[in-house]
Design a protein around this ligand. Structure first.
Ligand code: ARG
Length: 586
């Protein structure tokens, strides 16, 4: 960790901070505004001159305008090996060019010590990421796929940034639907205690059948409602029946997680149930909960409807559970950042109970401060017809079927390319899986999550364009360049030197160096597509480099092989953060 010097932006910011203090001594708290250059006059620029001018204008000062402040900021920069030259542009922007040698040295250091030294430093040390969170007895559908994929990536990015992440599966295991499910199980499978799991089998069909009966048969309905009361009252038989049903769902969910390489810990709605009364009592004592039409509610200013926390029948709901879970995460788990990943349809729910938590003083009103909550929302998954993704028989699409198909298609493609003859059956299987599942994930992650996205196998499995398949090929090609050199890359890391001679080498090097700040941005904005864009651009930088710079058998071979290796390392780290298994040959 001592090797981690911070992102380029942070390192430059430190230098500019010193300079600003010298330039405008009356304003010791100026925050340096350092950004990547858009133009070609530098790599980074400091944009403080204008706002500094606004502060000193009218006072007795040596400055004649923003450009002269810019000059002074540049002049006052401390001596540093990371600055090649400075120039002033427009209204006082200070452009900085980084020295090739420094870029090269930083990359080499990463190769020696590992990509961990490029981890961004975030302002929190423990976070909850609440994601996936399907509902028991209902199939996991593509919406849950989005939550699972996006949430896992966010968790991975935070973990890489040395944040302790509590990965939480907030499964819907405590609804009124359990009354009918339990009664139906009693009726259909009297032997449920011994053979319930095997007998029920397809839980979704079971759910449908019991719902039909619930709607059609008033006597059954009455019984089901009684069952809810018994279950929530802690009746042993009903508790046992409930957990039998949950267990079936759990196994199904688990299969999907395993295939996608996702780890998360289940703390379902039922977990928080015992804490609800106390939490609501606290809020009541603060005068936040009032009576409204028989229900107990929290009034949220500016919203049409209040947040219901106790229904008129006395039962708790989604909101009472979420408020309590938030209380638990803040107070028992000491999380500083609580991130929820669900479809945009739940936006209002999150806004409402986040506001309630602020009213209660659990969270600071200022959004920039921690502890903090964030709702990571996402759009719909659409089919080719641009309508909500459904199968031909208009059923919801089963997640496992999608994964199966992605893999099958990849395998067929690889067989067609003759790989079945080259590789072992096991390799074929593994690589088809890595490419297929990776493609499904990447297709989801590469779009800004708030937009709807169209699910298309043809598109996501294309080996050209911004797809995981293309990126896997790009990475495998780099690995093959290194292999073909016959050089021991581990040894080169210790003995060789990177020299950034040609412009293509330099821009590749600079892009590599910007990895840390891209991950930082993706974390703070909770936008995985920022990382995807970086990865795709990296492969393009590499393509331009490789078109101009011969590697094997040239005098620059060592340096260029090291650049290849650095590119491969950063690509693999991107893959890792996106939950994609890299392949080393295709
Ligand atoms: N089970 C919910 C659903 O499927 C998602 C839960 C999200 N998490 C939360 N704390 N509300 O829509």
């Amino acid at each position: 960790a001592e090797d981690n010097e911070g992102t380029v932006k942070q390192q430059l910011s430190k230098l500019f901070e010193t300079s600003l203090r010298m330039t405008i001594p009356d304003e010791p708290d100026l925050e340096p505004l350092v950004v990547k250059c858009t133009g070609k006059f530098g790599d980074y620029q400091c944009n403080n001159a204008m706002s500094c001018w606004a502060k000193v204008k009218g006072k007795k000062t040596e400055f004649k305008g923003p450009p002269s402040i810019g000059q002074a900021i540049a002049k006052n920069l401390p001596e540093s090996e990371m600055i090649e030259s400075c120039s002033i542009a427009g209204p006082g922007f200070v452009n900085v060019v980084l020295p090739n040698q420094w870029i090269a040295k930083s990359i080499q250091k990463m190769l020696e010590r590992g990509i961990g030294i490029w981890a961004p430093k975030l302002p929190v040390s423990r976070a909850v990421v609440d994601f996936s969170s399907p509902n028991i007895a209902k199939e996991m559908h593509v919406g849950h796929l989005r939550s699972t994929i996006i949430g896992d990536t966010i968790a991975r990015m935070l973990e890489y940034s040395n944040v302790e992440v509590l990965r939480r599966n907030h499964v819907g295991d405590w609804g009124t639907q359990f009354g009918m499910l339990i009664e139906y199980m009693f009726e259909k499978f009297p032997d449920w205690e011994n053979a319930g799991e095997q007998a029920i089998g397809d839980l979704q069909a079971f759910y449908k059948a019991s719902k039909l009966k619930f709607d059609a048969d008033p006597v059954f309905k009455e019984k089901a409602q009684q069952a809810v009361v018994l279950l929530q009252g802690g009746n042993e038989k009903y508790r046992k029946a409930w957990s039998t049903i949950c267990e079936i769902s759990r196994k199904e969910f688990h299969q999907v997680y395993e295939r996608l390489g996702i780890s998360l810990e289940e703390k379902g709605e039922s977990f928080y149930n015992p804490y609800i009364p106390k939490v609501l009592e606290g809020l009541s004592n603060q005068g936040l909960i009032v009576e409204s039409e028989g229900a107990r509610v929290i009034v949220i200013e500016g919203k049409q409807i209040p947040l219901i926390v106790v229904k008129s029948d006395g039962g708790y709901n989604y909101a009472s559970t979420d408020l309590t879970a938030l209380w638990y995460r803040l107070n028992e788990e000491k999380a500083e950042w609580i991130v929820y990943v669900t479809d945009v349809g739940q936006k209002l729910h999150f806004e409402m109970f986040f506001t309630a938590a602020k009213l209660a003083g659990w969270l600071p009103a200022d959004e920039k401060l921690y502890p903090k909550t964030s709702h990571v929302d996402f759009g719909l998954v659409l089919g080719d017809d641009k309508k909500r993704f459904r199968t031909r028989s208009s059923e919801v699409v089963r997640l496992v079927d999608l994964l199966d198909e992605a893999k099958t298609r990849c395998k067929a493609e690889l067989v067609e390319r003759g790989k079945a003859l080259e590789w072992t059956a096991e390799e074929l299987e593994q690589i088809a899986e890595a490419i297929g599942y990776g493609a499904v994930k990447y297709a989801d992650l590469k779009n800004n999550r708030s937009t709807n996205y169209t699910f298309s196998f043809d598109q996501m499995l294309n080996d050209k364009g911004n797809t995981a398949v293309y990126l896997q090929y790009a990475h495998a090609r780099i690995c093959s360049i290194i292999r073909k050199s016959g050089k021991d890359i581990e040894e080169l890391k210790n003995t060789g030197t990177i020299v950034l001679g040609l412009p293509e080498e330099r821009s590749l090097g600079l892009h590599l160096l910007q990895f840390a700040e891209v991950v930082e941005e993706a974390c703070l904005s909770l936008l995985p597509n920022v990382l995807c864009e970086y990865l795709y651009n990296l492969s393009e930088h590499f393509t331009r480099f490789y078109a101009e710079c011969k590697v094997n058998g040239t005098p620059e071979e060592t340096s260029r092989l090291l650049l290849c290796e650095a590119t491969a390392v950063v690509m693999r780290q991107c893959f890792h953060l996106l939950g994609i298994v890299p392949v080393y040959k295709i």
